[in-house]
Design a protein around this ligand. Sequence first.
Ligand SMILES: *Cc1c(COP(=O)(O)O)cnc(C)c1O
Length: 441
Amino acid sequence: MSKLAIFGGAKAVQTDPGNMFTWPIITKEIEEAVLEVLRAGNMSGTDVTKKFEEEYAAWHKMKYALGHSTGTGALHGAMFGLGIGKGDEIICPSITYWASALPIFSLGGTVVFTEIDPETLCIDPNDIEKRITERTKAILVVHYAAMPADMDSIIKIAKKHNIKVIEDCSHAHGALYKGKVVGTIGDVSAFSLMSGKSFPCGEAGIMLTNEQRVYERALAFGHYARHNEIQLEDIKVGSGLPQGGYKYRMHQLSSAVGRVQLKSYPQQMAEIDKAMNYFWGLLEGTPGIRGHRPEKNSKTTKGGWYSPLGLYYPEELEDLSVSRFCEAVIAEGFSANPGCNKPLHLHPIFNTIDVYHQGKPTRIANSAADIRQPLRSLPVSEGIQEKVFSIPWFKHYRPKIIEEHATAFKKVAENYKALLPGDKGNPEDIGSWGLTFRKKD
Ligand SMILES: *Cc1c(COP(=O)(O)O)cnc(C)c1O
């Protein structure tokens, strides 16, 4: 194959990608829906949101949907909805966005982190049971980078120990796990709907459940203006003011966007899935790299393929670092990033910081034992950043551009020997606290 661009060869990516990566796709219909709400001065109402909730719930065949101002708020509401409180623990993978875990602090609860499976990048079911204590209330599952987690194994463990399952679907709207749409398998689920996600509404989130009590507790928690919807007597007592003092009402400009997205999303998902699978199909058999995608014909899909990643096997490339690999891909014309989320369990917020002045780090302020997890306690999570890289998130099926990008990765992998001499290894701080690190421009 031709000379690598990093050494002066021609770039693999020659065609201007145009709007290939533009997201969200803002149509005339979205603009008009937003303008209608804006002109009516109806931004802080709930009528548009309720319609959006009904439609989002119907898509998932779930009883209750509750719109939130953010995905973080939806997760917070889901945790409160399940009754999580002082001293309670959730089990959560260390590799995720912080909002999967941190909202529990303000409920007086805490988090025990688990390992991930190095190929699905989702919670490793084999690592869950040893983390369960008498304080464990829920397993928080993240369908990471759009990959559905191994829900059958997780539900089995949860049932056995009588604990709940929260699905964080912020990366995986519309993804199927063995034919079932994610967010419908656990006890409650939460989705971020912010602009960078697969299902973008602006800033927003949504919670789904079939449990009246979970729904009404979430209403009580952050939706004081909707307390007239509460029917359970013991929850009704607190009507009028939000439990805990949170206000999580969804902005109706976002609800209006969401209603239009619901119509276009199935088609968008199908096109993205086709484009991304075409890309990985072209790269099949390339040394050192593999797609982070479900097995073919498994009835498991990635939905909108949020922030897609490739799996990197340095041992197949004489230990070429993923950073050096990405450097060469960038020269070929695509800004590949090494790494993914950093392991949460090593951040000071989960180790030393006393957020609420309780005289102890918040992580253990309400715990019977010191559950903190020091360096080397979760080796897979601590090392995964050196074994993944970002790939192009194609929004359209345009074979020529996809082929050029696939060639960029293939060319670099096949010419890895030329890159070995200049390899300075991976930086100490590889990875990021957010998953989307690509620049917007
Ligand atoms: C984005 C994200 C959230 C939080 O959603 P916001 O809408 O940004 O508050 C939660 N969990 C995961 C896994 C996310 O990626």
